[in-house]
Design a protein around this ligand. Sequence first.
Ligand code: MN
Length: 285
Amino acid sequence: MEVRAVELITTPLHTSVGPFSVAQPLPTHALRYADPFLLLHHAGPHTFPPGSEGAKIEAHPHRGFEPVTFVFQGSVLHRDSLGNQGVIGAGEVQWITSGSGIVHEEGPTPQMARDGGTVELIQLWVNLPAQRKMMRPAYQELRTDAIPSVQSAGGAVTLHVVSGELHGVRGPAITQSTVITAMGTMQAGGRGVVDVPPVPTVVLYVLSGRVRVNHTHVVEGQRLVMFGTTGTGFHVDVEESGSMLLLAGEPLNEPMVQYGPFVMNTEEEIREAFRDVARGAFGTL
Ligand code: MN
């Protein structure tokens, strides 16, 4: 095995999305784009005391990319202009292909706010290839029983494979380019190798716990490890149990223009997205 070298370990920015404070390890000044991964928001863990007011991110549009939500704790509610409505629980994933346009709202379930509970999730934006940006929007809800798991790194990490293939196990999500994603749980004291396919982009995000990667500490406050473009697996040495997200993919290598909730290839396509929203072409809830 040719070890995949650690290229960069970064500290997230902190921002807010609607009522939620989130860590933003991508993009940052140090890492603008991990093609095809555009943005990573880690919300929570946020604990609602019993009797909390429900809070949600009000209806908003998306075009040209895929917002993917990985729920690690608690549950979230979703409603969109395709007519989908549902609850995504811990260990489950919602994979939205916004394509030509979708409008949705998202937030913790009202029942969770009322009864109290903890929510922790990641929202990842995956770019779409130029020729698929205006595809018909699509929606996938991946339940825990549909997401296979596999032990890696000598049992140090359990990977729940959402898309693509890792350690011989294939995830259920339909993707529009080569995109490999897995939610992982790390066991303290475990060590070994996590194998990744020979694609150029590989990113590890540590939500919680402490780990050494190729003998380099991911220290407190740092969370995102960007690997070099060659090699296969990397070594992990788990010092404190926790959870992680593993991302790998083939770069699109296309021009990218992002403005707010739209990710296109040109400025003109962004202006067109605003015009289309204004004339109601994205639909309504
Ligand atoms: Mn959204």
